[in-house]
Design a protein around this ligand. Structure first.
Ligand SMILES: [Zn+2]
Ligand SMILES: [Zn+2]
Length: 426
C-alpha cells in the first residue's frame, strides 16, 4: 500500500467520499472491499472517510469504517482536527461515544490549541462535551483486574469491573442515583467489594492528577465516586436498614422547605476531602459553594455536576426530584410542583415529600391565582388597546379618504414639469 498523501485518491476512493456524503452504507461497504481503496485515505484537506462520516453525523457509516480499521486518531487534517472533534461538532452523542470507545484521544488539540471537548462546547454541543469529559474506557479499568508487579491478586476482582464501570460512566452525579446503581447489583452492594472499588477509584484519581496531561475533572469524579462508595460501605456495616437507610438520609428534607440538608452536606464534604489541595478545580468549586447558605442556590450537586459534566441549569423541571435522571415527566398529582421519572422514585420520596406537599400545593395555587389576576388585568389592558387601535384606524380611514380626492394635484405637477417648458417655449 502506498504512503498516504493528501488528495492523492484513486477513482474508487473518490467514489467512497461521495457515497459517504450521500449516506449510502451498502455502497461504501462494497467500495471498502476494493483493492484500490485505503480506509484511511486523505482528501485534499487531509480528511479521512471517518472524519467525513463523523462530521456529517452518520453513525452507521462510522461504525462500518471503524470495522474496516479506520484510524480514529488520524491527525493529518490541515487544521489538526480529529474524528472526535468532528463528532463533537456534529452534536451526535452516539458518534462521539463511538469514537471514544474506539480509542480516540481526548487531549489532542487542533491548530489553535483546542481539545475536542472545548470545540464542542464552543459550538454549543454540550451533550457531546458531557460524553467526552466523562468517558473512561473499560480497558483503563480492566488494567486493575490483572495482578500488577508482585501482586498475587488484582486490586479489582474482574467480576466487579462491569458494575463499577457502569457507575463511572453515569453522567448523573446525584448520590441517590449512584446508591441505586450500587444497590441494584448484589456483587457491588457488599462491604468488601465496595472497599476494593473505592481504593481503585482513589488510585485512578491519583493517576489523573499525576499524569503528564492532568485531568482534574476526571480526578474529581473518581474521588466523588469513591466517597459515595465509602458511604455505602459504612451504611452496610453500621446500619440495620443498610442502603435503604442511606437513600432515606440523602432524600430527607428539612421541615421548613423540604431541602435535603444531609445530601447537601455530604456532597460538600466529598468536595472538601479531595486530596489534592492545589487543584484549580477544587479551589473553583470551594469558591462557588462556600458562600452559599445551605438551602440556597446553587446547590453543591449543581456546582459539581456543572464542573464535571458541563451541564448547565440542570435543576430544571425535567429532572427527577429523587434520582436526578433527565426526562422525568410524572408530576406529584397533589402539589404538581415536583417531578419524577417513575412511580418507584415517587414512592421513595413520599416519606419526606408528604411533609411539604400540602404547603407546595398552597404555594402553587396562590401563584396561579396571582397569575390569573395578572392575566385578567392584561386582558383588560389588551382589549382597551385593541379598542384604541380600532378607533384610531377609523380616524385614519377618514383622513385617507379626504386625502385621496384631490388627485388633480398630481396632474398639476405633471403639467408644470419644467422639462416640458423649453419645448413649449420654442
Ligand atoms: Zn427518578
Ligand atoms: Zn406533592
Amino acid at each position: 500500500m502506498s504512503a498516504l498523501k493528501k488528495g492523492d485518491l484513486s477513482p474508487s476512493e473518490k467514489e467512497l467520499f461521495e457515497v459517504i456524503t450521500a449516506g449510502n452504507v451498502q455502497e461504501a461497504s462494497r467500495l471498502l472491499g476494493c483493492k484500490d481503496v485505503r480506509v484511511n485515505c486523505l482528501d485534499e484537506y487531509g480528511m479521512t472517510p471517518l472524519m467525513h462520516a463523523a462530521y456529517k453525523g452518520k453513525a452507521d457509516m462510522c461504525k462500518l469504517l471503524l470495522q474496516h480499521g479506520a484510524d480514529v486518531n488520524c491527525n493529518e487534517h490541515e487544521h489538526g482536527y480529529t474524528a472526535l472533534m468532528f463528532a463533537g461538532l456534529s452534536g451526535k452523542t452516539d458518534i462521539t461515544w463511538m469514537m471514544l470507545d474506539a480509542g480516540a484521544e481526548t487531549d489532542v488539540v487542533n491548530s489553535v490549541g483546542r481539545t475536542a471537548a472545548q470545540m464542542a462546547a464552543f459550538v454549543g454541543q454540550h451533550d457531546c462535551v458531557t460524553v467526552i469529559n466523562n468517558f473512561f474506557s473499560r480497558a483503563r479499568l480492566d488494567y486493575y483486574t490483572k495482578p500488577q508487579g508482585l501482586e498475587k491478586e488484582p486490586k479489582l476482582p474482574p467480576k466487579l469491573a462491569g458494575p463499577l464501570h457502569k457507575v463511572i460512566m453515569s453522567t448523573n452525579l446525584n448520590p441517590v442515583k449512584m446508591v441505586m446503581l450500587v444497590k441494584e447489583n448484589p456483587l457491588l452492594a457488599e462491604v468488601e467489594a465496595l472497599d476494593k472499588c473505592r481504593r481503585v477509584m482513589e488510585l485512578i484519581c491519583e493517576k489523573c492528577i499525576k499524569q503528564q496531561d492532568m485531568n482534574e475533572v476526571l480526578a474529581m469524579k473518581m474521588h466523588y465516586i469513591s466517597c459515595v462508595l465509602g458511604k455505602c460501605a459504612s451504611f452496610l456495616k453500621d446500619r440495620e436498614d443498610k442502603l435503604d437507610g442511606l437513600l432515606k438520609s440523602l432524600l430527607k428534607g428539612r421541615d421548613s422547605d423540604g431541602f435535603p440538608v444531609y445530601q447537601e452536606k455530604f456532597i460538600r464534604e466529598c468536595i472538601r476531602k479531595f486530596p489534592y489541595c492545589d487543584a484549580t478545580l477544587l479551589q473553583q468549586l470551594v469558591r462557588s459553594i462556600a458562600p452559599v447558605e445551605i438551602g440556597n442556590d446553587p446547590t453543591a450537586l449543581s456546582v459539581l455536576t456543572q464542573a464535571i459534566t458541563g451541564q448547565v441549569g440542570f435543576m430544571d423541571a425535567e429532572f427527577c426530584t429523587t434520582c436526578g435522571e433527565k426526562g422525568a415527566e410524572k408530576r406529584c398529582s397533589i402539589c404538581k410542583m415536583v417531578i419524577y421519572c417513575g412511580q418507584a422514585c415517587q414512592k421513595m420520596h413520599w416519606f419526606t415529600h408528604k411533609k411539604v406537599c400540602k404547603k407546595l400545593q398552597e404555594q402553587r395555587e396562590k401563584q396561579e391565582a396571582e397569575a390569573a389576576k395578572l392575566r385578567m388585568q392584561q386582558n383588560k389592558e389588551e382589549s382597551k388597546a385593541v379598542q384604541d387601535a380600532t378607533d384610531s384606524m377609523q380616524e385614519l380611514s377618514v383622513d385617507t379618504s379626504s386625502e385621496v380626492t384631490p388627485s388633480n394635484t398630481a396632474a398639476e405637477t405633471v403639467t408644470s414639469d419644467p422639462a416640458s417648458t423649453p419645448a413649449a417655449g420654442n
